[in-house]
Design a protein around this ligand. Structure first.
Ligand code: ATP
Ligand code: MG
Length: 337
């Protein structure tokens, strides 16, 4: 049938504070957001909260397809970059298992191991490999909970790779050029950091700092409740500089962590990070980008994880604009086939 759209791709991002889901149809080069939504997770163990929250989200967004791409992050997954001599694929899988035993802080029986060749250098006869080890019991539990909600997990990705995938599809090559970029996506409890050049990630790290730490410091310093702290973070009005002043301590901690990684990267690869791209709910905080620029002397830019998608007209623009910055992981998951 003319104009028939291809299979739908659904990304489901299970964060510690909320679920994000997005359904995309693709027709040639055009990808369209058909359905999208966020569902806050109530406090409590995921075993109790995930299936019902996910069902609510599915109902509210009107998603009917069952297969979803998901991702994992934090301590459930370890990513390592290693260098090996160039070899045949048949030899590689054995060499990778051997390397993984050296580099993975887990028992090999307890992980799901995956790898990919990032780059082959014929001159040095070496190749760079990315190793990913995911805790098997963690992944199995996740799958079970998603199935309880009536969905079927398809691809299981890693948050930072999904963010990077989204980035290279939403920020065009000319803008990125041959620069080395760092991406920082601040979630509620984790900030994912990726250092990359061209279309290849060279370093990833999850930093244990997030938006919830910002809320917490506001609550403590101003003696207010969570709701009021959230409100002040999003709409500080006349109190913008006071609020930023309180939040600076957390951002400084984040900068210190990031700097350590940048230095490590520079020592490893002989090349520094040229600019930093930030995403996540907190980038809207007034004065944040100028503060980051000033305190690091580096270029900080915002990017929009939904900019390359067209949008089904039934989705109100206002609704989309409120949530778009939260979709770095989720939009990247829809791009996996
Ligand atoms: N429209 C919004 N809806 C929900 N949260 C928002 C919104 N705008 C900003 N935020 C803030 O963003 C944070 C959630 O970010 P995000 O959804 O990336 O976290 P998460 O994926 O749940 O957590 P993590 O990845 O750290 O486990 C919340 O702390 C919230 O205060
Ligand atoms: Mg998240």
């Amino acid at each position: 049938m003319a104009g028939k759209k291809n299979k739908k791709h659904i990304g489901l991002d299970i964060g510690s504070s909320s679920l994000k889901i997005m359904e995309v149809s693709s027709d040639k080069e055009v990808r369209t957001i058909e359905n999208i939504g966020v569902q806050e997770l109530p406090a409590g163990p995921l075993e109790e909260t995930l299936p019902s929250s996910l069902k609510t989200l599915i109902e509210n967004t009107g998603i009917t397809a069952k297969e979803v791409n998901i991702s994992i992050s934090g301590s459930a997954v370890v990513v390592r970059f290693v260098e090996l001599p160039i070899m045949q694929p048949s030899e590689l899988s054995q060499a990778v298992s051997y390397e993984a035993e050296k580099y993975m802080p887990f028992d090999m029986n307890e992980i799901i191991l995956d790898y990919a060749v990032l780059e082959k250098d014929q001159a040095s006869k070496k190749m760079k490999i990315i190793l990913v080890g995911a805790k098997k019991d963690f992944v199995e539990k996740r799958i079970k909970l998603i199935e309880e909600a009536g969905l079927a997990p398809n691809i299981i990705d890693v948050d930072s790779f999904a963010i990077f995938n989204s980035f290279i599809n939403n920020v065009n090559r000319e803008e990125r050029g041959s620069k080395t970029v760092a991406l920082l996506n601040m979630g509620a409890h984790l900030t994912s950091m990726i250092i990359a050049s061209g279309d290849v990630p060279w370093m990833v790290r999850d930093i244990n700092l997030g938006d919830a730490d910002l809320t917490q410091v506001l609550k403590e310093k101003l003696d207010i409740d969570t709701e009021e702290a959230e409100r002040l973070k999003e709409n500080p009005g006349e109190r913008a500089s006071e609020i930023l002043g309180i939040l600076m301590g957390i951002f400084q901690k984040l900068i210190d962590e990031v700097r350590l990684s940048f230095n490590y990267y520079e020592n490893q690869y002989g090349k520094g990070v040229d600019e930093v791209y930030v995403s996540g709910g907190s980038i809207k905080i007034e004065g944040l980008i100028p503060f980051l620029k000033e305190s690091t002397g580096m270029e900080f830019k915002q990017w929009d994880p939904l900019s390359s998608f067209t949008v089904n007209p039934k989705i109100p623009q206002g609704k989309l604009d409120k949530i778009r910055s939260l979709f770095a992981v989720c939009s990247g998951l829809t791009l996996r086939k």
